[in-house]
Structure formats: C-alpha cells, structure tokens
Write a protein that binds this ligand. Structure first.
Ligand code: URP
Ligand code: ZN
Ligand code: ZN
Length: 457
C-alpha cells in the first residue's frame, strides 16, 4: 500500500470496528488487519470516518445586492478544516440564461480555486420546453439535481407550474428536485406591510417569515411530488410544522426527503432581539424559530424523518454587508456561515449529548448526502474503490468555535461562545493529507468537479 492508516476505529453509517485502511493512489484499496505500507499514519484513539459531504453551499453567490463572502478558495479550505471533503454548490440560472450557461459560470468560479471536490446543483430560474430538454443534458454531464425557489419574490422565486414541470421532467431523467419551501407571496406581502409600518428591526424578518408559510409551501411541494411520483428534497427545514408535512408525505409513501442545518438546531428567534443590530447576523430564510422547533428537528434527525444536515453556508460580513439593512430588515442579505462548523456541532450536540449514535452522525453528514445526490460509493463511504476522503476524528479534542479559530472569510462567528468536544485531527482527500493541526496543507485548486450519477431513490 502507498499509505496505511493504522490502529483507528473505522466508523461508517452502519458500524464501528477496528481495522487498518490501505490506500493506493487516490483510493481505498484494502481494509484489514496488520496492513503494510510505504507510509503509516497512526490513528490510535481516533475514529476514521468518511469525509463530510455538505449538500448545500453558496460560495461567491451574488445575492440581495451583495456577494457571499467566501469564494471557492476560502470556502473550501474552511470546509476541509472542519472535516468536509465534498460540497455541492448551486449554479443559479439568471434571466435569459440557459442551464448550461449558468453551470459554466459556476464552474468558472470554482476552477483553480476549489481545494476539495465539488458537485453542482442548478437552480432553475425559468422553465420552457427547451429548458425541460436541457435538464436531461445536465444529467448527462453529472448535474443531477435541480433547485426551485418557492420564495424570494421578484428575484429567485418561480411559480408552481415551473415546480410541477420540473418534477415531471426530473422523474423522466432520474433527477432530484430540491425546494426552498416558503410561500413567497405571503412573505412578500408581510415584508412590504411591516416595512411600510416602520417595523424595520431584524426581528421583523422572522415575523415576516412565519412557520405556517414554510409548512404550507412544504405541503404544496410534497403534494406535487406525490402527484408526479418524482422524488423531492426540501432544503433547510426550520419549522416543526413543515417537518409534520414531510412526515405525512413519507407516511403516504411519497419519496420526499428533508435537510436541516445546524443554525436551526442551535438557536431560536430570541437571537433577533440582540442589541446593537447583532440579530442581523442570524437573518436568513427561513428564519430561526420559536422554542420547541429545534428539539423537533433533532428528533427528526434521530428518528429518520430528516435525512441530512447541510449548512446553507452563505456568509455575509456584519460590517459592510449585513449593515446594508441597518434601517430596513428587508435589505439585510440573507444567510449565515457554517461550512466549517457543521461536523463539530452535530457531533457534539448530537452524539456527545446522547441524541443519536456516531453511526447516525456519519449517515447525516456524509453517507446520506452521498446517497441522495448520486455520489455513493465514490464518496461518503469507507469501502474498497472509494476515494480515500477520510477524517481522523479526535473525540477528545476541544475547540471553541470563535472566529479566530475558524477559517471562513467572514468577520464573525455565530458560535463565538460555543466550545465543542470532538474535532478533526487529520483530513485526507483522495489519499493526500489536506488538513493537519487545524491548518490547510493541501493544494489550492486541487478540488475536482464531480460528475454525479442519476438519482434512484
Ligand atoms: O438565507 C438564506 N438561506 N440564504 C441563502 C439562499 C437560500 O435561500 O438558500
Ligand atoms: Zn433557501
Ligand atoms: Zn441555500
């Protein structure tokens, strides 16, 4: 073997066991006892897990009059430092663009900068017969999932006919439709009403995005998934009421899946009342919810009603970006950082706090996203032939998630006061060490575009 990782405990989505991992070139070549290799990494006391897969990131996204603060260089380095070795970002189809043109713009952003492997979803901005045909071309080039925004009226939002046609087409081509589920018309009315009434503080963002508007949109999309027979994935679920709609759809046998994000598990809407405009740091859509919602989401993750934890990483600096909305919450760019902190938070608050097993953790942050997005078995698994994307996880390593300990290109950490136990000690991508002692030691730009498989769920 070129490299052997010895003495660790292999942790997959289904089991934990003692074995060595042998790597030849970029892939896992052997799993067994007493393997010999040219290079040895001692993983005594470590869990050896598949690298994390973040199915929901927005790097260098032009949005709400600004651009998200991490590009493919800084964002992927930060991801790696937190144990994530694959991301799936969103190419957004702009007005008058073909899907191919949108994809090319995002591939250009990533080329030479991405330092971990990456796939792309495409967010559909307009649907006509040509675009329907083009969805098939996208599947042929490995872009097998398509996003529909049911919110952001006047910019990203599309109508129900577009959603319905996308679902019908996705079913034909083995694609997967993702939805941002909020009723954009209701939100638009409430946002305009509140601003007109002079209710401009960050809390009014949450009060303009009620949980019922999320539940209604989730229900609508789930019903359409049932009508078309297509699979559906609801991104960044935040409300217990929306989760109930998902459960009901699944109980009917619909192929509907849900993602939540650490911010919805960690915080409640009290954050919006923090003084000195600090609440703006948590302005995103959907917003933080009332007490009770986070625990419902944790239970959804533990019990199987929710399938993944993504980040929706879309960071904006407090100074110079979030403060664009100092006098009007509707001008605060929506989004939060999280690409680096997902695994440590979910491990600490999920596994250490006894909410679910370490195997469920691996399922939620790596294997589940790989399965849902056409990346298994190359990514998300420790099996012979898979890419040697591995995290040596130190269960005893404590780290405060303060901004100075993190690598994301943003001027604050939402988790400044949070200390977690359990952190990557070493991260490998395709057999090469890329993170050591909390520093990125890989090659900038070495990340590869991943041609994902058609999706069979
Ligand atoms: O507020 C958010 N979530 N910003 C990123 C764009 C999106 O809706 O996913
Ligand atoms: Zn969204
Ligand atoms: Zn998003």
């Amino acid at each position: 073997m070129d490299l052997v990782i010895k003495n660790g405990t292999i942790v997959t989505a289904t089991e934990c066991y003692q074995a060595d991992v042998g790597v030849e070139g970029e892939t896992i070549a052997l799993i067994g006892r007493n393997l010999a290799g040219d290079e040895i990494i001692d993983a005594e006391g470590m869990y050896v897990m598949p690298g994390g897969i973040d199915p929901h990131t927005h790097l260098e996204l032009p949005f709400m009059g600004s651009v998200s603060a991490d590009d493919f260089r800084t964002g992927t380095i930060a991801a790696a430092c937190g144990g994530t070795t694959t991301i799936v970002d969103f190419a957004i189809q702009g007005a008058g663009q073909t899907l191919r043109e949108a994809l090319d713009i995002w591939l250009e952003k990533a080329a030479g900068k991405a330092s971990i492997d990456y796939g792309m979803h495409i967010a559909i901005g307009a649907m006509d017969d040509e675009r329907m045909a083009e969805m098939g071309d996208m599947v042929d080039v490995g872009v097998t999932s398509f996003k529909i925004f049911m919110a952001y009226k006047g910019s990203l939002m599309v109508d129900d006919e577009t959603l319905f046609r996308s679902l019908l087409r996705a079913k034909e081509i083995d694609g997967l439709i993702l939805v941002h589920a909020e009723n954009g018309d209701v939100l638009n009315y409430l946002i305009n009403k509140h601003v007109a009434e002079g209710k401009t503080e960050p809390i009014w963002h949450a009060l303009s995005h009620p949980p019922e508007a999320e539940a209604e949109a989730a229900h609508r999309a789930i019903v359409m998934a049932g009508m078309t027979g297509a699979p559906l994935y609801i991104v960044h679920m935040s409300a217990a009421a929306a989760l109930e709609a998902l459960k009901a759809g699944r109980a009917k046998g619909f192929r509907v899946y849900g993602e939540t994000c650490p911010q919805y598990l960690m915080f409640t809407m009290e954050k919006y009342d923090e003084p000195d405009f600090e609440g703006a740091k948590y302005v995103m859509s959907p917003p933080l919810r009332e007490k009770g919602n986070p625990e419902a989401l944790w239970k959804g993750l533990a019990g199987g009603d929710l399938q993944t934890v993504g980040t929706d990483h879309c960071p904006f600096n407090f100074v110079g970006q979030k403060d664009m909305g100092k006098d009007d919450f509707s001008k605060i760019p929506n989004g939060m950082p999280g690409i680096e902190t997902r695994l440590p938070l979910i491990y600490h608050f999920g596994v250490n706090e006894g909410r679910f097993s370490i195997n469920r953790f691996v399922e939620l942050v790596a294997t589940g996203p790989a399965r849902l997005f056409g990346l298994l078995p190359r990514k998300g698994a420790i099996v012979i032939g898979a890419d040697a994307d591995l995290v040596l996880w130190d269960p005893d390593k404590e780290r405060q998630l303060t901004q100075e300990n993190l690598h994301m290109n943003v001027d604050h950490s939402p988790y400044e006061d949070v200390t977690v136990k359990g952190y990557p000690s070493l991260v490998l991508q395709r057999g090469k060490v890329i993170v050591k002692e909390d520093k990125f030691v890989g090659d900038v730009g070495a990340g590869q575009f991943l041609k994902r498989s058609p999706i069979h769920l």
